[in-house]
Design a protein around this ligand. Structure first.
Ligand code: SDX
Length: 436
């Protein structure tokens, strides 16, 4: 289309301005020329929660919320889930291309070389209470990693950066498994270099006194698929956090710890844990109408439903539903699935949810599978954080290489008090409330 410009008339001054349109956006800085006089700072955009603001240009993940499309580097998520391993997809997200067989072999070896953690980091984790939330332990342990690898601050040295990326991807399952064993008072299980990424994770979680852990292949495959589905999702809250903290040039461990904190929120990655609590509270199919009524009264949220981008069925939720059936053939059917399926059926036919385009998202069914595998609800978001570490690191790496990017420092609209003088106590009345 030619004439990719926008002409704006400022009715305060009758001035008109023409700004270029690029990839469906205008640059916010092009609005600063719109002033009412020399002292005027110029126009800004006001966009709380970034509902309509692109913070970056990215080539990693493409979403179409209306059509329910998700692609990593152009590959449909359905095909990646069907044909690839998680580390294969991790290579794709980080490098932009699927690996050859040789490239995948060396990438697997590189990541699996980094699954051990420093013995002192285990002592850091032993300091947590037995009932510490695993996400708190994960966040603390990942932040502590920055004290073991001070060279990680060389973020513009590609060799150092790649070493930290491999270390983080390799160590996340180990830390997560140690948090799980810590909770149960079980001894830590060391990584087994003969096992692939997911089977090694299962080994560190569930090995008992047998000489060699034998992972169930159906569960291992289910974890591969679930990890692929959770690996990246463009500029979600935790990735935005990774980019904001990364823009200050903090090291990748401190930056990833910040992203873990954001993911933990119940509106974000913490939702999978809340879904299980919600299903437990509903208890049985007959209680669903009463719960839906509370949601429609605005008293409760239907956790695992709704999405800022998807105004259609989350493509990941569709795949997870299929994985659930495969897992239940091994673990036995989780009765919560019946409540979830009925809840979805009722919600998708109810005007309240249809009008607001609320569909199941990635968190609606994932927890049901995790529970069937033997995880407690407080472990669920850890299972989200392990694979999302790849997406966070791919986005962080892209940020560092983007000449357009600087330290993230938004503006604000000040609505507080005008200048005023400090007065002695005798003249101070009740606290002046700031008018909103
Ligand atoms: C993830 O961004 C990503 O990509 C995230 C993620 C990823 O891979 O990184 O996909 C992972 O975080 C998935 C989302 C998990 N969160 C939940 O399941 C929590 C429940 N969902 C909601 O809190 C909500 O839907 C959000 C947070 C996901 C999205 O919120 P928005 O985009 O800010 O939407 P909104 O809160 O403005 O809601 C619009 C309307 C409101 O009603 P009205 O004020 O117009 O009357 O829809 C209602 C909301 O009240 N609504 C819900 C609802 N979600 C939105 N009502 C009931 N139950 C819900 N779950």
């Amino acid at each position: 289309m030619d004439n990719e410009t926008l002409t704006i008339t400022d009715n305060r001054t009758d001035q008109t301005y023409t700004v270029p349109i690029s990839r469906g956006t205008i640059r916010a800085m092009d609005l600063r020329q719109i002033k009412t006089g020399a002292d005027d700072f110029g126009l800004m955009t006001y966009d709380p929660a970034f509902m309509n603001t692109a913070s970056c240009q990215s080539a990693i993940t493409y979403l179409d919320g209306d059509k329910g499309i998700l692609r990593y580097r152009g590959y449909p998520i359905e095909q990646l889930a069907e044909n690839c391993t998680f580390l294969e997809v991790a290579y794709l997200l980080l490098n932009g291309e699927l690996p050859t067989e040789d490239e995948l072999g060396s990438w697997n070896r590189e990541v699996l070389r980094h699954t051990m953690i420093h013995e002192k980091l285990k002592k850091v984790m032993e300091g947590f209470n037995y009932d510490a939330h695993p996400m708190g332990m994960l966040m603390g342990a990942v932040a502590a990693l920055s004290t073991f690898y001070p060279d990680a601050r060389n973020i513009f040295d590609p060799a150092s950066r790649n070493e930290q990326i491999s270390r983080l991807i390799g160590k996340m399952p180990t830390i997560a498994a140690y948090a799980y064993r810590h909770r149960l008072g079980l001894p830590y299980v060391y990584p087994d270099p003969e096992l692939c990424y997911t089977k090694n994770y299962m080994n560190m979680l569930w090995k008992r006194t047998e000489p060699k852990y034998a992972a169930n292949p159906v569960i291992a495959h289910a974890l591969e698929v679930l990890f692929i589905l959770h690996a990246d999702h463009e500029q979600n809250c935790s990735t935005n956090t990774m980019r904001a903290v990364g823009s200050s040039h903090a090291d990748p461990y401190a930056t990833t710890a910040a992203a873990i904190a954001a993911l933990w929120g119940p509106l974000h990655g913490g939702a999978n844990e809340e879904v299980l609590r919600m299903l437990d509270e509903i208890g049985k199919v007959s209680e669903i109408p009463g719960f839906i009524a509370q949601v429609k009264d605005g008293k409760r949220k239907l956790m695992g439903f709704g999405h800022r981008v998807y105004k259609n069925y989350d493509p990941r939720a569709r795949i997870i539903k299929r994985v659930a059936e495969q897992v239940f053939e091994v673990t036995g059917r989780n009765p919560k699935l019946d409540i979830a399926l009925e809840l979805e059926k009722i919600a998708l036919s109810d005007e309240y949810f249809i009008k607001r385009k609320l569909y199941p998202n990635v968190d609606f069914y994932s927890g049901i599978i995790y529970q069937a595998m033997g995880f407690t609800p407080d472990q669920f978001t850890v299972l989200f954080a392990i694979p999302r570490t790849v997406g966070w690191l791919a986005q962080w790496q892209e940020l560092l290489g983007d000449a357009d990017q600087k330290i993230a420092r938004p503006r604000q609209v000040y609505i507080g008090q005008d200048a005023r003088d400090v007065v002695p106590f005798a003249q101070r009345g009740k606290l002046q409330t700031v008018t909103a």
